[in-house]
Ligand binder design. Structure first.
Ligand SMILES: Nc1ncnc2c1ncn2[C@@H]1O[C@H](COP(=O)(O)OP(=O)(O)OP(=O)(O)O)[C@@H](O)[C@H]1O
Length: 319
């Protein structure tokens, strides 16, 4: 059975007349990478602060690793590593020395702190630069060092706020792959808040869409696409050499039997097949077996940007 690691129940935060977080209900399970998505001011940071016990909810509660975050902020902080969007280091100290210091502040002895810091610098790809001063690190290197700092206390949960901000595309890919492999290998639960839909889509098992302090929807990208685009999340268009007008009905019936297919349309030379799963190969092979000469195949899967657009199309500033 899946183990709940983060549980939010009717979590609400009001500042004077402004409701920043409004009756939030959400469960995140062990080992999951969950993406928090939403426009500026949606309430993501306020939710994170309540999870860390850094601000008190007006009502409702946030539970992390079985503990109430408001009542046990210190115990929660031992289990949770938080990487803010702008991490600060001692710039005059090397990456290694920064990390050893954090290890010691978290209760490790000198030898353990040295050993663990070296291992982590290797894990995050900073071994070659460990003796360089942190002040001379690039933005991407600082994020890696920040991740190593978060990991040195062996957290069960890590919370990342805009972790890819200002990193170049190849750095982003490497950083996200690193987070994904750490989560999968060590069963770490990750909460990732970001405006970058493609980054979220790349690594998150599930996403939650926030607006005005409310969670509008949450689920896998496929399930959100299915609920929004009721014909299904995947569209395959197969262009054949000859228009299929007279054969229409039997070919439609044939394609409708392919697993996941929800709708079939024929427009001139094109078969347009909508499905709940990516079944392009099966669609194509059915048509080949039915004697159709295929000229072109086009695939479209609804991604997070389609979903986001559909949810927020009436919102002023989608990203
Ligand atoms: N200390 C505060 N006092 C008053 N209002 C606040 C305070 N902190 C946040 N808010 C308000 O609460 C709402 C939610 O803010 P929050 O920072 O949680 O949003 P966010 O989703 O993290 O936005 P962003 O993506 O811009 O970081 C905003 O309208 C903000 O102005």
């Amino acid at each position: 059975m899946k183990e709940s690691v983060i549980v939010l129940r009717e979590l609400t935060k009001r500042y004077a007349k402004q409701t920043a977080v409004d009756g939030l209900n959400l469960t995140v399970y062990r080992g999951e990478i969950f993406g928090l998505l939403g426009p500026n001011g949606a309430g993501k940071t306020t939710t994170i602060l309540m999870l860390l016990g850094l601000t008190e909810p007006t009502s409702g509660y946030a539970e992390v690793c079985g503990m109430n975050a408001t009542r046990n902020p210190i115990d929660v902080k031992r289990k949770v590593g938080y990487l803010p969007d702008n991490v600060g280091f001692y710039d005059y100290m090397s990456g290694l020395d920064n990390l050893v210091l954090i290890g010691r502040l978290n209760g490790l002895g000198d030898t353990d702190a040295q050993e663990r810091a070296n291992k982590l610098l290797d894990d995050v790809g900073l071994a070659e630069n460990k003796d360089k001063k942190a002040g001379a690190y690039s933005r991407g290197m600082k994020q890696r060092l920040g991740l190593a700092e978060v990991l040195i206390k062996q957290p069960e949960v890590i919370i990342l706020d805009e972790p890819t901000l200002g990193i170049d595309p190849s750095g982003v890919r490497e950083f996200l792959t690193l987070i994904q492999s750490l989560s999968k290998q060590q069963g770490i639960t990750v909460l990732l808040s970001s405006h970058h839909l493609h980054h979220v889509q790349q690594v998150c098992d599930r996403v939650g869409l926030f607006v005005d302090g409310k969670l509008l929807a949450n689920g896998t990208i496929d399930s959100l696409a299915r609920s929004l685009f009721d014909e299904g999340g995947h569209i395959t268009t197969v262009v054949v050499r000859e228009a299929a007008a007279e054969k229409e009905s039997w070919l439609t019936a044939l394609l409708q039997q392919v697993p996941g297919v929800t709708a079939v349309a024929i427009e001139g030379n094109e078969f347009i097949v909508k499905a709940t799963e990516n079944n392009t190969a099966l669609v194509v092979s059915e048509l080949v077996n039915a004697g159709q000469a295929i000229e072109e195949v086009r695939k479209k899967s609804y991604g997070l940007d389609d979903i986001y657009q559909r949810y927020f199309e009436h919102h002023e500033e989608p990203i």
